[in-house]
Design a protein around this ligand. Structure first.
Ligand SMILES: Cc1cc2nc3c(=O)[nH]c(=O)nc-3n(C[C@H](O)[C@H](O)[C@H](O)COP(=O)(O)O)c2cc1C
Length: 188
């Protein structure tokens, strides 16, 4: 079982990063192989809406999204992690999601399923305030992505009221839930 964690926060060692690490630790404790990608460290362009897919339905832009497409294709489990920024996903996360327009176009217009391997996934998020509706906004976008690339939306974990870097460490019960979420993902 390969579990890929994708972190959309620019703050390394921040709340999203800590929560994601706990999930991946839980997955490893159940024998999964894990990898974490930090979107802020990648160099990639936003979707250019070119509608020019390759014959196999993949995106033509040559940047750091290409290896990420491959990692996502190879994974059995995906954990997408993003802080809430202005009521929704971080820009880094949304920019990555928009780059799956190639998969959407391939699937629904050209009838080519570019992400054939079925997988399971989860979404984890943190926010400074306590606005449940912000998590709902973010979640609906993640569900849309998951449906496009054949990921079953199985798990979610949201933590409100964490603003300062690392303040999530004050909530051991949330970290425990993250670890258990990772265990469940690893067990399929
Ligand atoms: C650009 C920006 C926008 C934010 N917008 C919101 C928001 O709309 N609602 C909220 O509750 N918190 C908001 N926050 C606070 C972050 O969600 C919070 O600090 C979170 O813990 C950051 O996670 P991180 O440490 O993983 O980056 C915002 C923070 C930034 C930097």
């Amino acid at each position: 079982m390969k579990v890929l964690g994708i972190n959309g926060s620019p703050r390394i060692g921040g709340n999203t990063d800590i929560l994601l690490d706990k999930v991946l630790e839980g997955a490893r404790s159940r024998g999964a192989e894990t990898e974490k990608v930090i979107l802020n460290n990648l160099k990639f362009s936003p979707c250019q809406e070119c509608e020019n897919l390759r014959d196999d339905g993949s995106c033509i832009i040559e940047d750091d999204m290409q290896p990420l497409y491959k990692k996502i294709k190879d994974a059995d489990g995906i954990i997408l992690a993003s802080p809430i920024f202005f009521g929704s996903l971080s820009a880094q996360t949304k920019m990555m999601i928009d780059r799956f327009q190639c998969a959407w176009r391939a699937k629904y217009v050209l009838k080519i399923d570019t992400f054939k391997k079925k997988k399971i996934g989860g979404f984890i998020s943190v926010e400074g305030t306590t606005r449940e509706d912000f998590f709902h906004n973010a979640k609906s976008i993640v569900k849309n992505l998951f449906a496009t690339i054949g990921v079953g939306y199985k798990e979610e974990l949201f933590c409100s009221g964490v603003d300062e870097k690392g303040s999530i460490l004050k909530y051991p019960e949330v970290l425990k839930k993250a670890f258990e979420l990772g265990e469940r993902i690893a067990l399929g």
